[in-house]
Design a protein around this ligand. Structure first.
Ligand code: AMP
Length: 190
């Protein structure tokens, strides 16, 4: 299985990605996690992206594309993967297309987690209070939502046109949403 999971900030992509990847025995590859690990370890990459992330902006495509292309060559990704939080721009869609064409791979499905953005902003504000994440203050949250709507949401149409989009209601318990995703993916694979 080669899958993407997309959706607005706060919809629970990361949580669902881990569960779905485990279900299919493939690695969940989160660009956000990769960037956060680099920030935490104060690597050169981390130093380059920490301010962008704290402001809720997007890391430049050249950096992000290179990291994903590199990660996809690792042994655990040979038989499948789930990309969480990538692609997020038209340039990243094109770069992923090129990379997959080059390596003779194809995406099986794109999971789109759907939720009302007002509900998500509220959820993120609550999480910010509880966890104190640097990229979760009110201004950053709004910024992330605007950038998502402008740069990433339109990409769903691209995958819809390709017949790959699997839309799933993202509001519900973790298990409920996970059940919806696997049911929808099983229908695609049948
Ligand atoms: P996430 O955990 O997926 O919400 O990602 C956290 C942050 O990492 C984002 O707000 C961006 O600053 C950065 N990031 C993650 N994935 C990407 C991507 N595909 N393109 C650009 N920036 C990204």
């Amino acid at each position: 299985m080669r899958l993407l999971i997309m959706g607005p900030p706060g919809v629970g992509k990361g949580t669902q990605a881990v569960g779905i990847a485990a279900h299919y025995g493939i690695p969940a590859i989160s660009t956000g996690d990769i960037f956060r690990a680099n920030v935490k370890n104060q690597t050169p990459l981390g130093q380059e992206v920490s301010r962008i992330m704290a402001e809720g902006g997007y890391v430049p495509d050249e950096i992000t594309n290179a990291i994903v292309a590199d990660r996809l060559t690792e042994a655990d990704a040979a038989e499948g993967w789930l990309l969480d939080g990538y692609p997020r721009t038209a340039g990243q869609v094109a770069a992923l297309d090129d990379e997959l064409a080059r390596t003779g791979q194809a995406i099986d499905a794109v999971i789109s987690l759907v939720a009302d953005t007002d509900v998500l902003v509220e959820r993120l504000l609550k999480r910010a209070e509880l966890e104190g994440r640097a990229d979760d203050n009110a201004e950053t949250i709004r910024n992330r939502m605007v950038i998502y709507t402008e740069a990433t949401d339109p990409l769903l149409a691209t995958y819809r046109e390709r017949g790959l989009l699997v839309e799933v209601d993202g509001i519900g318990s973790i298990d409920e949403v996970a059940g919806r995703i696997t049911t929808a993916l099983d229908a695609v694979r049948a």
